[in-house]
Design a protein around this ligand. Sequence first.
Ligand code: FAD
Length: 491
Amino acid sequence: MTTDKLITARRAEPWREALRKSRKNKERADIPRVKMNELDPEYRSHTRLEEVNLGLTKEQAMQEAQRCLDCPNPTCMQGCPVNINIPTFIKNIERGDFLEAAKTLKETSALPAVCGRVCPQEKQCESKCIHLKMGKEAVAIGYLERFAADYERESGNISVPEIAEKNGIKIAVVGSGPAGLSFAGDMAKRGYDVTVFEALHEIGGVLKYGIPEFRLPNKIVDVEIDGLRKMGVQFEKDCIVGKTISYDDLHADGFKGVFVASGAGLPNFMNIPGENFVGVMSSNEYLTRVNLMDAANPESDTPVLQGRTVAVIGGGNTAMDSVRTARRLGAERAMIVYRRSEEEMPARLEEVKHAKEEGVEFLTLHNPIEYIGDERGRVKQMRLQKMELGEPDASGRRRPVPIEGAIETIDVDEVIVSVGVSPNPLIPRAFGGLEVSKKGTIVVEEDNMRSALDDVYAGGDIVRGGATVILAMGDGRKAAAAMDADLRGKV
Ligand SMILES: Cc1cc2nc3c(=O)[nH]c(=O)nc-3n(C[C@H](O)[C@H](O)[C@H](O)COP(=O)(O)OP(=O)(O)OC[C@H]3O[C@@H](n4cnc5c(N)ncnc54)[C@H](O)[C@@H]3O)c2cc1C
């Protein structure tokens, strides 16, 4: 059945019609948007492992679900790259059938508890909510997604999506981030024999090594990965495709299709004087060491520097995660230094709000031009160029322009550079015959994620550069549909 027909059929279910009639749209629209329960900012800015958002209670979730008007043409779904049947899962919450809500989420999303926590909903599904057109706040789709996924996990009644009969065809996935996981789930559902190869000793990609515990606990990611295991997906850790095993080895092992989801793990620097001083590092290094290598523990073999005055350069999610981590590791002054204004910041709105509540300072319209070190080669100051906004640039955001002569020097003892990432060059080099862009991304056909190599598809950050979890997952789904269709044509 097509998605449109499925929506119509579900909408017509008697319980759904009864629910719709139980309240007028105006009454539903007048209910104020729910507020997320959160840890106290002062308390949480000193605790690294406790999640900031606490989730909604059943009562809050059911009340928020009443705000959804169950639109005949649910535009929210157009804003979801993995096409979650949003009204259906929300209406199940409204009637108190939380497990059914979770099942609906899992039909199209391999990682609902993750997306409910980290998706930029305000730019995706919630940006298309009908409430915005009525001058109201969008339905809190992300909070409700998290609620349903958490409820299912905590209830212990974890559903496993239906799996087609095994077809014996082996498929390889390179990388276990959201793109790889989403692809693996969809292919397993279609009956393929899927193996995910991961270079690191942990499965999950950025979800594990990048996003901190206070925003996305590892145990939540692990439960979603276990769900994939139950669906038959196999994981090989500590295996670098292109080094440990080659493209030819995959063929020799009988893999008939490869999905490359190797991400963009190469940090960018600004190439300004002083970036080599001790105490200046990339956010990738900082967060990976803290999240995956126990480096916040002074007893560990490789403890990370824990600065007292820490500047984080950048305005994305990675910058917010770094600055909030620094605060939790004891920084008395933790600052975001960003060359544009707050309006242009790419970070999720919630992360900016949380960072401010936790005492992070925002030096917007400032750009570092030099770091100054002491006699031992440790960073001690940074020189900042003040900026103003000019005309919009290629990204559509107003270009930051230096204000002549407006330079400021600030004391720092740690600088974390978070100005974007580039694709990992290994796979583009190791798989001869791929088309690679100037930026190092793998070139694919947009509709189906096919690369220049017949049996290789790619998606997520290796194709987009640094993007988002949900876009990576959407790519995984698209690639799975296309590879399945191609393989069926071939069988
Ligand atoms: C700190 C941080 C915070 C973020 N916060 C958010 C957020 O709040 N919301 C959001 O939507 N997005 C966020 N993002 C962006 C988002 O996490 C990424 O866009 C997303 O993870 C990309 O998914 P992916 O599967 O393409 O790659 P990744 O998640 O990077 O996974 C790629 C995996 O491939 C593995 N790999 C690489 N090469 C090989 C190889 N040769 N062989 C085997 N394995 C290999 C890597 O080890 C890695 O595990 C954040 C990113 C960072 C760094």
